[in-house]
Write a new protein. Structure first.
Length: 232
């Protein structure tokens, strides 16, 4: 995937639109990604931009006091990939025991009705069976091994009252929230580069994120009074 620019960081608000712009030409189209691969692509973007640690601030379900919990993204993904042995038999086709299946794609979501979430989940899983008649638990375990979705209940313990609890976490929503929190910083970076180099806004908006930040680092370094250490 290409690196994000300020164009994507400030103007794109949809995951599929973002991946359409970032998927490198000639390799894979965003339309070819199943739902798990889309989640993994977003996870890879998050890790490249912010590192492997996920930090969450949540209210306790018992005492209602907010607390912080954190874990490693790579550990979360590894824990979700546990399951039965499977064999890939196609680009999005797998075999497990006596049945074959695929991982859901975006188009499958539109075919679901207005049933309760647990019913919709079963409908989505059954739509992915290619051959055989697995029971729901067999199919769910195989789907998790082949294409885990980063939309899960995370276990935590409140440090204030000791209550064990779970809270929902979606990697997609978490990534976009992190990106939106950075918006004021990105706007400031654009301003700093424009003031220093007199480049147009479109030129600055098109800079890869890492290059833009390196320019800002150099600008701030030059603005620091000589003899003043950056160490504190």
């Amino acid at each position: 995937m290409r690196e994000l620019t300020a164009i994507q960081e400030l103007e794109v608000t949809d995951t599929r639109a973002l991946l359409a712009q970032l998927c490198a030409d000639g390799l894979v189209s965003h339309d070819a990604l199943n739902l798990s691969e889309q989640d993994m692509a977003i996870a890879a973007l998050y890790a490249a931009m912010y590192g492997d640690t996920i930090e969450c601030h949540v209210p306790c379900c018992d005492c209602d006091r907010k607390f912080e919990t954190q874990f490693e993204l790579s550990d979360w993904i590894a824990s979700l990939r546990r399951g039965p042995e499977i064999t890939r038999i196609g680009p999005n086709a797998f075999r497990c025991s006596d049945f074959s299946f695929r991982v859901p794609v975006h188009g499958d979501l539109g075919a679901l009705g207005d049933a309760p979430p647990e019913v919709r989940a079963k409908q989505l899983a059954q739509a992915c069976v290619l051959e055989g008649t697995p029971d729901h638990h067999e199919l769910e375990a195989a789907l998790m091994r082949a294409g885990p979705m980063l939309d899960d209940d995370i276990e935590a313990q409140c440090p204030h009252c000791g209550t064990h609890q779970t809270f929902p976490l979606s990697m997609d929503a978490y990534f976009w929230a992190a990106l939106r929190r950075e918006s004021p910083i990105i706007v400031r970076e654009i301003h700093q580069i424009a003031m220093a180099y007199k480049w147009s806004r479109s030129e600055i908006m098109s800079l890869p994120r890492s290059l833009r930040r390196e320019h800002v680092r150099l600008i701030l370094s030059d603005q620091r009074p000589r003899g003043v250490s950056s160490w504190r």
